[in-house]
Design a binder for this molecule. Structure first.
Ligand SMILES: Cc1ncc(C[n+]2csc(CCOP(=O)(O)OP(=O)(O)O)c2C)c(N)n1
Length: 646
């Protein structure tokens, strides 16, 4: 049979297809997505769940005049395939290729860049309002999952949507899953809506019947309506949304193309804010993903026939995430006050074992990072030891709560920032490149950054025993392969570690840059350059005495960090040297310049931004070479040395 997908160059081509062809198209899209994700990795289960929904939206609405806004944006593969990017789909998530998320610079059909949950309603409402201001026609549709609907921002958006009564269609894609099964009161409510569907039908039938009775009908109906108040939640599906001012439609089967199309044609004619509740199945059409939607939420390349990951390399140290999960369990066995909190990232943050072993001390609070932090503050006030495990990028949401609710009150909350640094293929919305800068200036907060998995486990213990707020930040990576000591020990707060001593320059690494700095140091030695290599261990407090001592001795400092340069580790060192009267020490900083880092393999991006072994080696050699360069008069150098080493 001729492939329909090959003939789809834009949504206009989808509009021409009949029901049977649309269903055939969905089958072809599923195959294409499975084949591509099996090769490149990506968000499989969420994408397979919205194939029919996406095709139906493209069929009924008039894109690009109508605007389709995707929440999180991890489910836009079908949308990409239908909007002129079919030929480049094989480059999905690869360096220089298509992004795994909507990107305005990639296509005019991507109307809002996303990656973090809960933004679709607010942004879509803004677009709808702009249309009203400009007296422009066209629908705006926000597609949001039941998981993302738990985020505060989504509720804030709904709140205003009902209030200002604009033409906005919210499609609630309900698969009962966030990454793990969805949690919270909203999720139970949506469940009841699904099971209450038959009650709704029954209610409508009675209402129709009563209305046909002459004379009695209206008054009986009035009475029935009053009596209904107490049963309202059960009898009127979507009451929550109706009370917020949105017309509720649903629930409808998100895999029945005919139902979807009929519903969307009807909805298209309506005005005002509308919520369409669509039920889908995560992983639909690929049995391994249907059976394990959490595992297939986001996957590395896998074998299509079995769903198994491609064979792991022989050198396979544990990931930092695993070390975190295991160590936290170890500590929790001894410390009954320790509790763990995740914002819908139970498996991503390595807390599955913890949740099984300590179900009563584990909290998945939904996609609600701000709440997670203030909830932890409350727990800490009452003497518990909360560990809040959130990816660096998502913790950005809770800056004010960290500052105001935890650090200002000096509460001993532990922040575990997973995915610090470059994360790779998920790209700019997910890189954890700002945390040094958004945490470093907050008083009372101790910030630790491990160089390897052994140091990491000791840092976890140290953090749990701290009496102040403390954060540790670690990368999306396997450990470096060092042996982990049997017993956990406390690390002295603010103590750095000298890994190599030399007189020519000091290389100051932190976290993932320490081992590359050490390797670069060895290579420099081969070129007769003798560097001091220091593992800072702490972003805050810095080991001021040690850093100043080596800065004076060497006269040259090279800092290396996997963070933006503005306000980061190197900045902290510069500030320190300036405060201590060492401003004449030559300082160079390696890190991420003032830009958003694209998606691509971690190693490639680290090389591109010069924060890997080669980059450190090059920069250090240049620094020292410059000092030795014949173009510099020797006494110029010694003048600098005299001034700074005194
Ligand atoms: C602010 C924020 N926190 C956490 C995440 C990580 N995350 C990505 S998708 C997802 C689950 C989303 O669930 P849902 O909206 O129901 O979409 P589904 O994948 O089920 O289709 C989570 C928690 C995120 N993207 N943004």
């Amino acid at each position: 049979m001729k492939k329909l997908l090959d003939q789809i160059d834009s949504p206009q081509d989808v509009k021409k297809l009949d029901l049977e062809q649309l269903e055939q198209l969905c089958g072809e899209i599923r195959k294409e997505i499975i084949a591509t994700v099996a090769k490149n990795g990506g968000h499989l289960a969420s994408n397979l769940g919205v194939v029919e929904l996406t095709v139906a939206l493209h069929h009924v609405f008039d894109l690009p005049r109508d605007k389709l806004v995707w929440d999180v944006g991890h489910q836009t593969y079908t949308h990409k395939l239908l909007t002129g990017r079919r030929d480049r789909f094989h480059t999905l998530r690869q360096y220089g290729g298509l992004s795994g998320f909507p990107k305005r610079e990639e296509s005019l059909y991507d109307v809002f860049d996303s990656g973090h949950s809960g933004t679709s309603i607010s942004s879509a409402l803004g677009m709808a309002e702009a249309r009203r201001q400009k007296a422009e026609e066209g629908k705006v549709i926000a597609v949001i999952g039941d998981g993302s609907m738990t985020s505060g921002e989504a509720f804030e958006g709904l709140n205003q949507t009902g209030h200002i009564d604009r033409n906005l269609i919210v499609v609630l894609n309900d698969n009962e899953m966030s990454i793990s099964p969805n949690v919270g009161a909203l999720s139970s409510y949506l469940n009841r809506l699904m099971t209450g569907q038959f009650v709704n039908r029954f209610r409508d039938e009675i209402k129709n019947f009563l209305e046909t009775l002459p004379g009695v009908g209206k008054s009986v109906l009035r009475f029935a309506k009053q009596a209904e108040e107490s049963l309202k939640g059960l009898l009127m599906p979507g009451l929550l949304f109706e009370e917020l001012g949105l017309k509720y439609i649903g629930p409808i089967d998100g895999h029945r193309m005919d139902h979807l199309i009929d519903t969307f044609y009807n909805v298209k004619k309506l005005r005002g804010p509308i919520l369409v509740h669509v039920i889908t199945k995560k992983g639909k059409g690929y049995p391994p993903a249907e059976m394990n939607p959490s595992i297939f939420h986001s996957v590395a390349p896998f074998v299509i026939e079995t769903g198994e990951p491609l064979a792991p390399p022989p050198f396979n140290p544990p990931t930092y995430t695993q070390v975190f999960g295991e160590t936290l369990c170890r500590i929790a066995r001894e410390n009954p006050r320790l509790v763990a909190i995740t914002a819908a990232m139970q498996s991503g943050t390595g807390l599955e074992q913890f949740s099984r072993e300590f179900p009563d001390r584990f909290y998945d609070i939904g996609i609600a990072e701000q709440h997670a932090v203030t909830f932890a503050a409350g727990l800490a006030i009452e003497g518990m030891k909360p560990v809040v495990a959130i990816y660096s990028t998502f913790l950005q949401r809770a800056y004010d709560q960290i500052l105001q609710d935890v650090c200002l009150q000096n509460l001993p909350v532990v922040f575990a920032l997973d995915r610090g640094g470059i994360v790779g293929e998920d790209g700019p919305t997910h890189h954890g490149l700002f945390d040094f800068s958004y945490l470093r200036h907050i008083p009372n907060l101790v910030i630790m950054v491990p160089k390897d998995e052994d140091e990491f486990q000791h840092m976890i213990k140290t953090a749990v025993e701290c009496t102040t707020p403390v954060a540790f930040r670690y990368p999306r990576a396997k450990g470096v392969g060092v042996k982990r000591e049997e017993s956990l020990k406390k690390i002295e707060i603010g103590k750095a570690e000298v890994l190599r001593e030399g007189k020519d320059l000091m290389i100051l690494g932190i976290g993932s840059t320490v081992h590359p700095a050490l390797r670069a140091g060895e290579r420099l030695q081969g070129e007769e350059i003798r560097p001091t290599v220091i593992n800072s261990r702490f972003l805050k407090p810095l080991d001021e005495d040690l850093i100043c001592y080596w800065a004076k001795r060497t006269g040259k400092v090279l800092t290396v960090e996997e963070n933006v340069l503005q306000g980061g580790f190197g900045s902290a060192v510069l500030e320190l040297l300036q405060e201590k009267g060492l401003s004449l020490v030559e300082v160079r900083r390696l890190g991420i310049p003032d830009l958003f880092v694209e998606h691509g393999p971690q190693s490639l991006l680290r090389a591109k931004y010069g924060i890997d072994e080669d980059g450190i080696f090059r920069e250090a050699r240049q620094m020292v070479g410059k000092r030795r360069s014949p173009s510099l008069r020797p006494n110029q150098n010694s003048a600098l040395a005299r001034k700074t080493i005194s």
